[in-house]
Design a protein around this ligand. Sequence first.
Ligand SMILES: C[S@@+](CC[C@H](N)C(=O)[O-])C[C@H]1O[C@@H](n2cnc3c(N)ncnc32)[C@H](O)[C@@H]1O
Length: 324
Amino acid sequence: MNFKHKSVMLEEVLNALDVKPNGIYLDCTLGGGGHSRAVGEQLGKDGMIIGLDQDDDAIAAATENLSGLACGVKIFRENFSRLEKILDDSGADKIDGVLFDLGVSSYQIDTAQRGFSYIKNSPLDMRMDRRRTLTAHDVINRYDEDRLIKIFREYGEERFSKRIAAAICRERKISSIETTGELVKLIEQAAPRTKNGGHPAKRIFQAIRIEVNGELEILADAIKKAVARLKIGGRIAIITFHSLEDRIVKETFKTLAQGCICPKNFPVCVCNHKPEIKILGKAKTPTPEEINLNSRASSAKLRVAEKILDSRSTINFCRSSKEE
Ligand SMILES: C[S@@+](CC[C@H](N)C(=O)[O-])C[C@H]1O[C@@H](n2cnc3c(N)ncnc32)[C@H](O)[C@@H]1O
């Protein structure tokens, strides 16, 4: 397997995580293990990398890439929605840092038969985890028109969602839509290309991919679970590649960094809610030099936060004060 992927904002991620030689670091999106390898090279024998990915090809590539490190390495083929169980199974109660580098790898996009690319012709698949049953073929051939419109609008932010969904539903009455090539042709016929809008298939493919992999609904919860397992002073770094993901990260960080959440008309605070994290600066973007070398980095945004308080003590306090 020729797993090609260039890790995005590598230096920035290393700085953000502030790697300690004997720390425990969780990589929720291993891919080819590029970020983890760089973190692992800064760890001594008491340090550890715990990495997960839901894609079997990524697991094979990362396992090879992370061999020979001085630190401990534990790799799991899992969805990051199950990160608590993975940390429990690894015997890691608290960790020093966590990374989410969201979306798909270049390897996944460039491997035609995975069906992620609108440029290559292949069967409609788009699953990161090939143990799951829902594929892009199911979405395109089985979802009703209203559901397609909703997905294209919400996950693709596509202006011509209605027209594209109608074209798909018309076509599949004649015969099922089997390949990415057939789908792209339908999209091109249904949606006019706008001057600065880019190729409409790009947005529709993003929407289908998000639906097939359930990418957005698990994100906020996974961030909260990861923060709950950070040590005080531990760091969370998240790279996103589109505005829908970035909005979720920004809002979740904001909630976790918030103090009192009592209604505004309460004269005194009764919630005792305390900020769990401190947001470290604004979102960072790649340098022009990096984008020149790797155009796929161009939409990346890195957000970083530091744990400042353990939520477990806050939750316990709130419960006991309500019970009193
Ligand atoms: C952008 S790549 C990561 C690349 C990696 N940081 C590197 O430097 O090689 C994203 C990876 O996350 C995986 N992934 C995306 N969502 C996931 C999820 N919910 N659970 C587990 N893995 C996920 C994808 O399969 C993909 O391999």
